[in-house]
Design a protein around this ligand. Structure first.
Ligand code: AMP
Length: 281
């Protein structure tokens, strides 16, 4: 039976006791509204650790858009059932007051990594992510923590975060889980209208097309043409198509400039922001 904690001191004592017994702790932080993508991270944690903890916390300080925060889907009871069914041992679902009882003094600087892509269009987002993840790590003291490649930039930021910190779990990146039509699973997908949902798989199709054309067409040409493909749908407001060095996220000008290259797409459909990415090389 899954244990649910809402207080920091209680879950921290439990985590300490688990460590004292020599048990390994896997940790999966989430913002709830769980889907198969989240569950896949949990499954990996369960397979690699003695005990798995998942957190559910819609972190207000990583939202730069108040409306997005207000409309973020929340369904704690349903989430706990899903985690229990998947074999999660412990859930941590704190309130905002529990996580942020006083003014937040920490801030993080991740250099260029923070100023491109999501960082450029969502100011303060990654600092907010780093603050909450750092607190969650100190509370749950995991040996390993699992993050999806769906939020690839976030995964790199977390890898940087643990380099700076005294306490650092091993960070494990997990593959993107998709709907049968290719749309990357996301808690925000439920907010798409029927029409938007039917168009949304074009993001995955465009990423696949970029991969097919890589090495044939120039990078710049591909970025422009991919943008046109997406923007021809009236329902889409494109944020960016970005082809970059996977390690630094700096854009590449040709296919030989980096050994590992990834393509990223971010766009709005109505008020819903969708992101996706694919390894190209
Ligand atoms: P979120 O609840 O959106 O903050 O996501 C919590 C974790 O689940 C993050 O590490 C995400 O990258 C990961 N995640 C979200 N969607 C997917 C997906 N479709 N496939 C794999 N991981 C995902």
């Amino acid at each position: 039976m899954i244990k649910v904690y809402i207080h920091i001191d209680e879950i921290h004592s439990e985590a300490l006791a688990l460590r004292e017994r020599g048990l390994s702790i896997g940790f999966v932080p989430t913002m709830g509204a769980l889907h198969e993508g989240h569950v896949s991270l949990l499954r990996q944690s369960i397979s690699e650790n003695d005990v798995s903890i998942s957190s559910i916390f819609v972190n207000p300080i990583q939202f730069n858009n108040k409306e997005d925060l207000k409309k973020y889907p929340r369904n704690l009871d349903e989430d706990i059932k899903k985690l229990d069914a998947a074999g999660c041992n412990i859930v941590f679902a704190p309130s905002v007051e529990e996580m942020y009882p006083a003014e937040i003094k920490e801030s993080y600087d991740f250099g260029p990594l923070e100023h491109v892509m999501e960082g450029a269009v969502r100011p303060g987002h990654f600092s907010g992510v780093a603050v909450v993840v750092n607190r969650l790590f100190n509370i749950c003291i995991p040996h390993r923590a699992y993050f999806g490649e769906k939020d690839f930039q976030q995964l790199l930021i977390i890898r940087e975060l643990v380099k700076k910190n005294a306490f650092s779990p091993e960070i494990i990146g997990c593959p993107i889980i998709r709907e049968p039509d290719g749309l990357a699973m996301s808690s925000r997908n439920v907010r798409l209208s029927e029409e938007e949902r039917s168009i949304a798989p074009v993001i995955f199709q465009t990423l696949k097309w970029i991969k097919q054309q890589a090495g044939i067409k120039d990078v710049g040409e591909l970025v422009a043409e991919a943008g046109q493909k997406l923007s021809q749908h009236k329902a889409i407001k494109l944020d960016y198509v970005w082809i970059a060095d996977e390690k630094t996220l700096m854009p590449v000008r040709n296919w030989h400039e980096a050994s590992e290259i990834r393509a990223f797409i971010a766009l709005f459909m109505g008020e819903v922001r969708l992101i996706d990415n694919m390894k190209i090389k």
